[in-house]
Unconditional design. Structure first.
Length: 303
């Protein structure tokens, strides 16, 4: 890292420390707290019917999973149609993290009520319910669900939101063709952390990517990846197990089936809001701190 970059990083840290994100960061005392959560084994009693993404060949028993608007898709960038109605996505309010769980399928972070998204030509506001990750096997085997021109990124972050009338009830929202709005961020390996523009994204109507595969999701997939260290990407596939600590490591947590689709495109040339992922200086070499920072960034949702 050059001296200039290090200075930039520290400037970002000073700004970050003024931010209310610091509150949630301290509240859950990372990184030890996060480490124990990620190492936590699956609670079978809480999740009796695990539908592992590694069981994908057997999903034919769920009729929705062979529907006509299934997610993920391969986005064909040349065919993406610019759409002026696709305005910038906004995050509103903030809330605390309610729980972080290894649910045997992924790492899922449930948020208390309060965070909402709007804009982006969605029919109105949506309530943010949870976010979770998809990954492959370390930084060498990519595991994003969506692909762009056939490129699969190392990881993908999904932020799941429901229409207010469903009161954050996913089961009910999943019965409505636009009951759920999902935001997808690619996560890519990089030596320096950057920002993600919320003004550049692809849009299509799709589905949940796990059974019952309900075709109820308005998908927004951001063009620019969140850039993190190789160590952070490796952390997921080397720490999490499907079941107890003697069981298989949780790898290849993504739905691999996808079809080509020409999505709608917003690619604003003027500078829009950026979703800041600048890390404090001391986090650059610590994957646990990086991971915690990303989680708390969304926990406080001051994007
Ligand atoms: Zn997902």
């Amino acid at each position: 890292m050059t001296r200039a970059v290090r200075l930039d990083c520290c400037r970002a840290e000073r700004k970050w420390k003024k931010d209310k994100l610091q509150v949630s960061f301290q509240m859950l005392s990372p990184p030890q707290g996060l480490k124990s959560i990620l190492m936590l084994t699956t609670s079978q009693s809480l999740f009796p019917a695990l539908l592992s993404l590694t069981d994908e060949p057997n999903w034919s028993k769920y009729p929705n999973c062979s529907g006509t608007r299934q997610s993920p898709i391969n986005i064909v960038s040349e065919s993406a149609k610019p759409n002026n109605n696709l305005s910038e996505i906004h995050f509103e309010n903030s809330s605390n993290i309610m729980s972080i769980k290894n649910n045997g399928e992924t790492v899922q972070v449930m948020l208390e009520s309060g965070v909402k998204i709007s804009g982006g030509n969605l029919s109105g506001e949506y309530d943010t319910v949870q976010f979770h990750f998809h990954w492959g096997n370390g930084s060498s085997v990519p595991g994003s669900e969506h692909t762009v021109d056939g490129k699969r990124y190392p990881m993908e972050l999904h932020i799941v939101n429901t229409m207010p009338i469903y009161n954050r009830n996913m089961t009910q929202a999943a019965e409505d063709p636009t009951g759920i709005a999902a935001l997808g961020f690619f996560i890519e390996r990089y030596n320096l952390l950057g920002n993600v523009s919320l003004s550049k994204y692809y849009r299509y109507l799709g589905s949940l990517t796990t059974p019952l595969c309900n075709e109820a999701v308005v998908w927004t997939v951001f063009k620019e990846p969140i850039k993190v260290s190789k160590d952070l990407i490796d952390l997921f596939s080397t720490t999490l197990h499907f079941n107890d600590s003697t069981s298989q490591l949780m790898t290849n947590i993504y739905r691999s089936k996808s079809s080509d689709m020409a999505a709608g495109l917003r690619d604003s040339s003027h500078t829009g809001a950026v979703c800041g992922f600048n890390l404090p200086c001391d986090a650059h070499n610590d994957p646990w701190l990086q991971c915690w920072f990303i989680l708390s960034r969304f926990g406080a949702a001051a994007v």
